[in-house]
Design a binder for this molecule. Structure first.
Ligand code: SAM
Length: 640
């Protein structure tokens, strides 16, 4: 996960790459160059003034200092319709450091307010997918940190305009290879345009060979010529957007609330249906939840989920109207309390992960505010918060209507529309339904194959004492203890698979108190009789990954089993039926990013994660595996 930052030199106050021996932009005026080469030759002003779509997607090779992004954003603000969203996707192998970015962007005072918004979010750029949202999500930046020849094949998007930047082919021959041109073509559609500062024949020939019509025109400044053009050979893509932009979401916990927010901000009308009298009454109803990435060494999909989900939630918390007092950015300590945890923590620390630093027992005790026998690792950005407050903040939106005390029991599809039934009647109809109903998702005939697994968890509320009140961070072993909040520490949680009862049990308090011996050995002791608590049922999966995506027609699959080498496009889908569930104890990290994945699939905008990661969350994977269709089990299922 170690980021390979750019090595910049400053020559006459202009950024220069010592690695590539090339400039980031023209010394005549980087800003004028961007406007001339990339904006003008993609005809953005005219296209945006006449835009008849809700989304416009630009993709760039080489984010560099972000100048092209800011110029596009500036023009978008000036001319694009106010209800449309600009997606800007850029891929960057060597992100410039925060200090260099600030210094480079200070060259453009006319872009100062946009630069400030970008620099505020420009941190933690480890390899992988990063998403940033600006101007109430009217501008979305997806930054793919990695080599363009590895990131573009993993991108799920339809690009309207390409900014082909990335140092000259003579200085950077490894980037401008034939696979790059093929990847660009794969992500293009009829009338996708491109512009590039270079006129090198390898670029012209490469683009022509994959279907672009290429023109040479005068270059900017000292450059004699540049290239621009249009894609001609792809068929028009089918818009995946339904006629009526209305979605019903079943379930008002974190998964449902974050999906409601993800859809509403894309302009969809949302009906959120919850069976209890209020939101966040089940697993999301614990008084406190801990937000931190549970990471291992290596680049597994579980790790990618943990890292990207954690950063996604942190960034989201800055955008939504949640009260400051509901979140406590106190950091999270993970203790090497047994050999297994010690090995895991050592391997994470050895892998240079960007979130955690090593602490010995002395430092850990100092951070925690209580004497500890062992050290481990500290995640400074970790936090604890009130999940119900988060659910409420996520659903404050003019497009969201909440129906509580309504229990959905049945789904029927008629005339390209889903009817959502309670015991006696249709409670809502819409072309799209998203099930965020945790384990009960399996009660619906269409999603009975999803193999979600209930796990009971009980927390104990410990009254704060003079010896415990000094605790300052969340402390984790195989359980967790929060600092005191409203007079109580939250201690938890038990783990009882396939137990669906929610009574509060003394023996479970006892299990939690056993964990406390490692978590905070020096505080006063408690007895189970003194304690109050809460039990809830988590919804888990056997591979620990959540389920996010489109549901397949299980009956049709079984009647006519596809061949193992079939493509996912050939599978019969339950049009308009999606799921966001299976988050286990990681709802704060997983549910919001899964909500973005589901909403992007429905709305037809670029996915916030790689195709491989989205494929690993395929909600049909257990059914497909049982049918021997291993490859399809981890494929991304897209709407037809
Ligand atoms: N568009 C940038 C801006 O607005 O400031 C300038 C881009 S600069 C000329 C070229 C960038 O391409 C550098 O940041 C470099 O690290 C990046 N780059 C070069 N080769 C790459 C590759 N194979 N994959 C991804 N990025 C690459």
């Amino acid at each position: 996960m170690n980021t390979n930052h750019a090595q910049l030199e400053w020559q006459n106050n202009q950024p220069y790459s010592s690695l590539y021996g090339d400039v980031y932009f023209s010394s005549d005026s980087g800003l004028a160059e961007t406007q001339y080469v990339f904006l003008q030759h993609n005809h953005l002003e005219q296209r945006w003034k006449n835009l008849n779509s809700d989304i416009f997607t630009i993709a760039e090779t080489g984010f560099g200092t972000g100048l092209n992004f800011l110029c596009a954003w500036d023009l978008w603000n000036k001319v694009a319709p106010k209800n449309a969203t600009m997606h800007f996707i850029s891929t960057e192998m060597h992100p410039v450091s925060f200090a260099d970015l600030e210094k480079a962007l200070s060259l453009w005072p006319e872009l100062a307010s946009l630069s400030k918004s970008l620099t505020e979010q420009y941190h933690d750029l480890f390899p992988g997918w990063h998403r940033f949202e600006f101007d109430q999500s009217r501008v979305v930046l997806t930054l793919l940190v990695g080599d363009v020849n590895r990131t573009l094949p993993e991108l799920n998007a339809k690009v309207d305009a390409w900014f082909l930047d990335g140092f000259s082919p003579a200085k950077n021959p490894d980037m401008w290879l034939q696979p790059l041109f093929q990847n660009i073509a794969n992500l293009s559609k009829k009338d996708t345009t491109f512009a590039t500062f270079t006129s090198a024949s390898v670029v012209r020939k490469g683009l022509e060979s994959v279907g672009f019509v290429v023109s040479k025109t005068s270059g900017f400044g000292k450059k004699r010529e540049m290239l621009s053009g249009c894609f001609s050979s792809a068929a028009q893509v089918n818009s995946s957007i339904n006629k009526e932009r209305h979605a019903i979401i079943v379930g008002g916990g974190l998964a449902g609330a974050s999906t409601a927010q993800a859809m509403a901000k894309r302009g969809w009308k949302v009906t959120l249906i919850e069976r209890h009298e209020a939101l966040a009454e089940e697993a999301s109803g614990n008084p406190l939840g801990v937000l931190y990435p549970r990471i291992n060494a290596g680049d597994s999909q579980l790790n990618q989920m943990a890292a990207q989900g954690f950063l996604h939630t942190l960034r989201m918390l800055k955008r939504i109207p949640i009260k400051e007092e509901s979140i406590h950015y106190c950091g999270v300590l993970q203790l090497s309390f047994n050999q297994r945890e010690k090995s895991r923590i050592e391997s994470v620390l050895a892998s240079n992960n960007p979130f955690a630093c090593e602490v010995d027992a002395v430092k850990a005790s100092e951070l925690a505010g209580t004497p500890l026998n062992v050290g481990g690792m500290f995640i400074p950005k970790g936090a604890y918060l009130n999940p119900a407050a988060l659910c409420h903040a996520l659903t404050i939106h003019k497009n969201i209507t909440i129906q509580t005390s309504n229990c959905v029991l049945n789904l029927k599809r008629e005339n390209e529309e889903w009817q959502v039934w309670n015991e006696t009647m249709i409670v809502a109809r819409a072309p799209v339904v998203i099930l965020a109903s945790a384990n009960d998702t399996m009660l619906f005939e269409q999603t009975a194959h999803c193999r979600l697994q209930p796990v009971r968890g009980q927390i104990s509320l410990l009254p704060a004492t003079s010896s415990s009140a000094s605790i300052k961070t969340v402390i984790c072993t195989d359980g967790y203890l929060t600092p005191a909040n409203s007079g109580y520490h939250c201690l938890g949680a038990t783990f009882s698979p396939n137990d669906c009862a929610i009574d509060v049990r003394k023996q479970d308090h006892q299990i939690n108190l056993e964990m406390l011996k490692h978590l905070a050995p020096a505080i006063d002791t408690y007895t189970p009789d003194q304690l109050e608590g809460r039990a809830a049922i988590r919804c888990t999966t056997s591979d620990y990954l959540p389920m996010a995506g489109l549901i397949l027609d299980a009956q049709a699959l079984k009647q006519q089993p596809p061949r193992p080498n079939s493509s996912s496009t050939q599978l019969k889908k339950m049009d308009g039926l999606y799921i966001n569930a299976g988050h286990g104890a990681k709802g704060l990290v997983n549910a919001p990013i899964c909500a973005e994945i589901v909403a992007s699939l429905i709305n037809g905008d670029p996915l916030p994660v790689s195709k491989s990661l989205a494929g690993a969350l395929n909600p049909n994977r257990f059914l497909l595996r049982e049918m021997g269709l291993k490859k399809l089990a981890t494929s991304l299922i897209e709407p037809s």
